[in-house]
Write a protein that binds this ligand. Structure first.
Ligand code: NAD
Length: 263
Protein backbone atom coordinates (compact mmCIF):
# COMPACT_ATOMS: atom_id res chain seq x y z
CA UNK A 1 0.00 0.00 0.00
CA UNK A 2 1.27 3.48 -0.71
CA UNK A 3 -0.98 6.21 0.62
CA UNK A 4 2.08 8.07 1.94
CA UNK A 5 4.44 7.34 -0.95
CA UNK A 6 7.40 9.78 -1.04
CA UNK A 7 6.27 11.48 2.16
CA UNK A 8 8.78 12.09 4.94
CA UNK A 9 7.36 11.72 8.45
CA UNK A 10 8.63 12.31 11.97
CA UNK A 11 7.03 10.32 14.77
CA UNK A 12 8.17 11.32 18.25
CA UNK A 13 8.21 8.78 21.06
CA UNK A 14 8.33 6.04 18.43
CA UNK A 15 10.60 3.52 20.18
CA UNK A 16 7.55 1.72 21.58
CA UNK A 17 3.84 2.01 22.30
CA UNK A 18 1.50 4.21 20.25
CA UNK A 19 4.40 5.97 18.49
CA UNK A 20 5.77 2.64 17.29
CA UNK A 21 2.31 1.64 16.03
CA UNK A 22 1.96 4.92 14.12
CA UNK A 23 5.47 4.61 12.68
CA UNK A 24 4.84 1.04 11.48
CA UNK A 25 1.56 1.97 9.76
CA UNK A 26 3.10 5.03 8.07
CA UNK A 27 6.16 3.06 6.92
CA UNK A 28 3.85 0.33 5.55
CA UNK A 29 2.16 3.05 3.48
CA UNK A 30 5.41 4.08 1.85
CA UNK A 31 6.58 7.01 4.01
CA UNK A 32 10.17 7.49 5.05
CA UNK A 33 9.70 7.50 8.83
CA UNK A 34 12.05 9.17 11.30
CA UNK A 35 11.65 7.65 14.75
CA UNK A 36 12.61 10.15 17.44
CA UNK A 37 12.94 8.95 21.01
CA UNK A 38 15.15 9.12 24.09
CA UNK A 39 15.20 5.32 24.33
CA UNK A 40 18.05 3.63 22.47
CA UNK A 41 15.67 0.72 21.83
CA UNK A 42 14.27 2.94 19.06
CA UNK A 43 17.21 1.69 17.00
CA UNK A 44 15.83 -1.86 17.22
CA UNK A 45 12.33 -0.64 16.37
CA UNK A 46 13.69 1.10 13.24
CA UNK A 47 15.66 -2.03 12.26
CA UNK A 48 12.55 -4.16 12.63
CA UNK A 49 10.56 -1.77 10.39
CA UNK A 50 13.45 -1.92 7.93
CA UNK A 51 13.42 -5.73 7.92
CA UNK A 52 9.77 -5.68 6.88
CA UNK A 53 10.86 -3.83 3.73
CA UNK A 54 10.14 -0.23 4.69
CA UNK A 55 12.24 2.86 5.37
CA UNK A 56 12.78 3.96 8.97
CA UNK A 57 15.59 5.87 10.64
CA UNK A 58 16.09 6.25 14.37
CA UNK A 59 17.49 9.43 15.91
CA UNK A 60 17.99 9.97 19.61
CA UNK A 61 16.06 13.17 20.31
CA UNK A 62 14.75 14.56 23.57
CA UNK A 63 11.74 16.58 22.41
CA UNK A 64 12.04 18.85 25.44
CA UNK A 65 15.42 20.10 24.16
CA UNK A 66 14.73 22.73 21.45
CA UNK A 67 18.35 22.85 20.20
CA UNK A 68 18.45 19.07 19.71
CA UNK A 69 15.07 19.09 17.99
CA UNK A 70 16.16 21.85 15.57
CA UNK A 71 19.39 19.97 14.80
CA UNK A 72 17.58 16.69 14.17
CA UNK A 73 14.97 18.33 11.92
CA UNK A 74 17.74 20.02 9.92
CA UNK A 75 19.55 16.69 9.55
CA UNK A 76 16.40 14.99 8.28
CA UNK A 77 15.64 17.76 5.80
CA UNK A 78 19.25 17.69 4.52
CA UNK A 79 19.05 13.94 4.01
CA UNK A 80 15.56 13.57 2.50
CA UNK A 81 14.83 17.06 1.16
CA UNK A 82 11.57 17.71 3.00
CA UNK A 83 9.42 16.95 6.03
CA UNK A 84 5.74 16.38 5.27
CA UNK A 85 4.30 14.85 8.42
CA UNK A 86 4.95 15.49 12.10
CA UNK A 87 3.32 13.27 14.71
CA UNK A 88 3.84 14.77 18.16
CA UNK A 89 3.35 11.62 20.20
CA UNK A 90 6.10 11.56 22.88
CA UNK A 91 4.53 11.87 26.29
CA UNK A 92 4.87 10.93 29.94
CA UNK A 93 2.36 10.50 32.75
CA UNK A 94 2.80 11.34 36.40
CA UNK A 95 0.44 10.17 39.14
CA UNK A 96 -0.10 12.02 42.42
CA UNK A 97 -2.99 13.76 44.15
CA UNK A 98 -2.95 17.47 43.36
CA UNK A 99 -1.93 18.38 46.92
CA UNK A 100 1.20 16.23 46.54
CA UNK A 101 2.03 17.24 42.96
CA UNK A 102 5.14 19.39 43.15
CA UNK A 103 5.84 22.28 40.82
CA UNK A 104 9.01 20.47 39.70
CA UNK A 105 7.01 17.43 38.71
CA UNK A 106 4.37 19.57 36.95
CA UNK A 107 7.13 21.29 34.99
CA UNK A 108 8.75 17.96 34.09
CA UNK A 109 5.50 16.71 32.56
CA UNK A 110 4.92 20.03 30.76
CA UNK A 111 8.45 20.03 29.31
CA UNK A 112 7.78 16.76 27.48
CA UNK A 113 4.02 16.76 26.80
CA UNK A 114 3.59 20.41 25.88
CA UNK A 115 6.99 22.01 25.22
CA UNK A 116 7.90 18.92 23.18
CA UNK A 117 4.95 19.53 20.85
CA UNK A 118 5.87 23.22 20.67
CA UNK A 119 9.56 22.55 19.94
CA UNK A 120 8.99 19.98 17.20
CA UNK A 121 6.29 22.09 15.54
CA UNK A 122 8.57 25.16 15.61
CA UNK A 123 11.28 23.13 13.91
CA UNK A 124 9.17 21.81 11.01
CA UNK A 125 6.37 24.31 10.38
CA UNK A 126 8.40 26.94 8.44
CA UNK A 127 9.50 24.25 5.94
CA UNK A 128 5.92 22.97 5.61
CA UNK A 129 4.65 26.50 4.92
CA UNK A 130 7.37 26.99 2.33
CA UNK A 131 6.49 23.77 0.50
CA UNK A 132 2.75 24.51 0.93
CA UNK A 133 2.12 21.04 2.35
CA UNK A 134 2.12 19.58 5.81
CA UNK A 135 0.26 17.38 8.25
CA UNK A 136 0.75 17.95 11.97
CA UNK A 137 -0.89 15.41 14.25
CA UNK A 138 -0.78 15.94 18.00
CA UNK A 139 -1.40 12.98 20.27
CA UNK A 140 -3.35 14.44 23.17
CA UNK A 141 -5.68 12.31 25.33
CA UNK A 142 -9.31 12.08 26.37
CA UNK A 143 -7.92 12.81 29.86
CA UNK A 144 -7.91 16.57 30.19
CA UNK A 145 -9.73 17.76 27.05
CA UNK A 146 -12.80 15.52 27.58
CA UNK A 147 -12.71 13.81 30.97
CA UNK A 148 -10.87 14.03 34.28
CA UNK A 149 -8.92 11.35 36.13
CA UNK A 150 -7.92 11.82 39.79
CA UNK A 151 -4.15 11.91 40.16
CA UNK A 152 -3.49 13.20 36.67
CA UNK A 153 -3.69 16.97 37.23
CA UNK A 154 -0.43 17.90 35.50
CA UNK A 155 -0.90 15.35 32.71
CA UNK A 156 -4.45 16.43 31.93
CA UNK A 157 -3.42 20.10 31.92
CA UNK A 158 -0.73 19.35 29.33
CA UNK A 159 -3.20 17.49 27.13
CA UNK A 160 -5.70 20.35 27.31
CA UNK A 161 -2.91 22.74 26.37
CA UNK A 162 -2.04 20.60 23.35
CA UNK A 163 -5.65 20.81 22.13
CA UNK A 164 -5.68 24.60 22.53
CA UNK A 165 -2.46 24.88 20.55
CA UNK A 166 -3.86 22.55 17.88
CA UNK A 167 -6.89 24.75 17.20
CA UNK A 168 -4.95 28.03 17.21
CA UNK A 169 -2.22 26.73 14.93
CA UNK A 170 -4.79 25.21 12.59
CA UNK A 171 -6.33 28.66 12.11
CA UNK A 172 -3.01 30.44 11.77
CA UNK A 173 -1.93 28.18 8.88
CA UNK A 174 -5.34 27.47 7.32
CA UNK A 175 -5.24 27.76 3.52
CA UNK A 176 -1.49 27.07 3.36
CA UNK A 177 -1.74 23.35 2.65
CA UNK A 178 -0.82 22.55 6.26
CA UNK A 179 -3.39 20.95 8.55
CA UNK A 180 -3.15 20.50 12.31
CA UNK A 181 -5.29 17.95 14.13
CA UNK A 182 -5.31 16.08 17.43
CA UNK A 183 -5.89 12.45 18.34
CA UNK A 184 -7.42 11.81 21.76
CA UNK A 185 -6.80 8.17 22.71
CA UNK A 186 -8.68 6.46 25.50
CA UNK A 187 -7.19 3.28 26.94
CA UNK A 188 -4.58 1.86 24.58
CA UNK A 189 -2.46 -1.15 25.62
CA UNK A 190 1.12 0.17 25.87
CA UNK A 191 3.92 0.25 28.47
CA UNK A 192 2.36 3.50 29.78
CA UNK A 193 -0.03 1.27 31.75
CA UNK A 194 2.88 0.06 33.91
CA UNK A 195 3.24 3.13 36.19
CA UNK A 196 -0.56 3.25 36.49
CA UNK A 197 -0.64 -0.37 37.71
CA UNK A 198 2.16 0.38 40.15
CA UNK A 199 0.29 3.42 41.47
CA UNK A 200 -2.86 1.33 41.99
CA UNK A 201 -0.91 -1.57 43.52
CA UNK A 202 -1.94 -4.24 41.01
CA UNK A 203 -0.38 -6.18 38.15
CA UNK A 204 -0.54 -4.83 34.60
CA UNK A 205 -2.66 -7.87 33.60
CA UNK A 206 -5.16 -7.23 36.39
CA UNK A 207 -5.35 -3.53 35.56
CA UNK A 208 -5.83 -4.21 31.83
CA UNK A 209 -8.58 -6.75 32.61
CA UNK A 210 -10.42 -4.31 34.84
CA UNK A 211 -10.08 -1.46 32.36
CA UNK A 212 -11.32 -3.71 29.53
CA UNK A 213 -14.39 -4.72 31.57
CA UNK A 214 -15.44 -1.06 31.78
CA UNK A 215 -15.02 -0.26 28.08
CA UNK A 216 -18.07 -0.78 25.82
CA UNK A 217 -15.80 -2.46 23.21
CA UNK A 218 -14.66 -4.81 26.05
CA UNK A 219 -11.00 -4.38 25.28
CA UNK A 220 -8.23 -1.82 25.22
CA UNK A 221 -7.21 -0.32 21.89
CA UNK A 222 -4.01 -1.19 20.06
CA UNK A 223 -1.20 1.10 18.97
CA UNK A 224 -1.81 0.05 15.35
CA UNK A 225 -5.44 1.18 15.57
CA UNK A 226 -4.23 4.63 16.59
CA UNK A 227 -1.77 4.34 13.68
CA UNK A 228 -4.63 3.80 11.21
CA UNK A 229 -6.34 6.99 12.42
CA UNK A 230 -3.06 8.91 12.22
CA UNK A 231 -2.60 7.54 8.69
CA UNK A 232 -5.88 9.10 7.55
CA UNK A 233 -4.96 12.45 9.13
CA UNK A 234 -1.54 12.26 7.47
CA UNK A 235 -2.90 11.42 4.03
CA UNK A 236 -3.86 13.66 1.12
CA UNK A 237 -7.49 12.59 1.65
CA UNK A 238 -7.79 14.57 4.91
CA UNK A 239 -6.86 17.95 3.40
CA UNK A 240 -10.16 19.67 4.33
CA UNK A 241 -9.98 18.60 8.00
CA UNK A 242 -8.11 20.88 10.38
CA UNK A 243 -8.20 21.95 14.03
CA UNK A 244 -10.20 18.87 14.99
CA UNK A 245 -10.01 16.36 17.83
CA UNK A 246 -10.53 12.66 17.15
CA UNK A 247 -11.39 10.40 20.07
CA UNK A 248 -10.37 6.73 19.74
CA UNK A 249 -11.57 4.90 22.85
CA UNK A 250 -13.91 1.97 22.08
CA UNK A 251 -16.90 4.08 23.15
CA UNK A 252 -15.58 4.62 26.66
CA UNK A 253 -16.24 8.30 27.36
CA UNK A 254 -19.76 8.42 25.91
CA UNK A 255 -21.02 6.30 28.79
CA UNK A 256 -23.22 8.05 31.35
CA UNK A 257 -21.48 6.19 34.17
CA UNK A 258 -18.26 4.23 34.17
CA UNK A 259 -17.49 1.44 36.57
CA UNK A 260 -13.69 1.43 36.58
CA UNK A 261 -12.01 0.41 39.78
CA UNK A 262 -15.45 0.10 41.38
CA UNK A 263 -14.81 -2.78 43.81
N1 NAD B 1 -1.60 4.46 26.27
C1 NAD B 1 -2.70 5.14 26.48
O1 NAD B 1 -3.71 4.59 26.97
C2 NAD B 1 -2.78 6.61 26.15
C3 NAD B 1 -4.00 7.25 26.32
C4 NAD B 1 -4.11 8.59 25.99
C5 NAD B 1 -3.00 9.27 25.48
N2 NAD B 1 -1.83 8.63 25.35
C6 NAD B 1 -0.69 9.41 24.81
O2 NAD B 1 -0.10 8.71 23.76
C7 NAD B 1 1.30 9.04 23.68
C8 NAD B 1 2.12 7.77 23.65
O3 NAD B 1 1.88 7.06 24.85
P1 NAD B 1 2.18 5.51 25.01
O4 NAD B 1 1.04 4.92 25.71
O5 NAD B 1 2.64 4.91 23.74
O6 NAD B 1 3.41 5.60 26.05
P2 NAD B 1 4.82 4.87 26.09
O7 NAD B 1 5.40 5.24 27.40
O8 NAD B 1 4.69 3.44 25.74
O9 NAD B 1 5.62 5.58 24.92
C9 NAD B 1 6.01 6.93 25.00
C10 NAD B 1 7.31 7.08 24.26
O10 NAD B 1 7.71 8.46 24.37
C11 NAD B 1 9.10 8.48 24.63
N3 NAD B 1 9.51 9.71 25.29
C12 NAD B 1 9.26 10.08 26.58
N4 NAD B 1 9.84 11.25 26.84
C13 NAD B 1 10.45 11.65 25.69
C14 NAD B 1 11.22 12.78 25.34
N5 NAD B 1 11.51 13.74 26.22
N6 NAD B 1 11.69 12.87 24.06
C15 NAD B 1 11.45 11.89 23.17
N7 NAD B 1 10.73 10.79 23.46
C16 NAD B 1 10.25 10.67 24.70
C17 NAD B 1 9.32 7.27 25.52
O11 NAD B 1 10.69 6.91 25.57
C18 NAD B 1 8.43 6.23 24.86
O12 NAD B 1 9.11 5.52 23.85
C19 NAD B 1 1.57 9.94 24.89
O13 NAD B 1 1.55 11.29 24.50
C20 NAD B 1 0.42 9.62 25.82
O14 NAD B 1 0.13 10.69 26.70
C21 NAD B 1 -1.67 7.31 25.67
Amino acid sequence: MSRLKDRVAIVTGAARGIGEGIARVMAREGAVVALWDILESGEGTAESVHRSGHVAVFTRVDVSDPARVTEAARGLRDRFGRIDILVNNAGIASFAPFVDMTEEERDRVFRVNFNGVWNCTKAVLPGMLEQQYGRIINVSSVTGPRVGDPGLSAYSATKGAVCGLTRTLALEVAGSGVTVNAILPGYIATPLTEPMAEELGMSVEELERRISDGIPAKRMGTAEEVGELALFLASDESGYITGQEFVIDGGNIIQEKTLFYSD
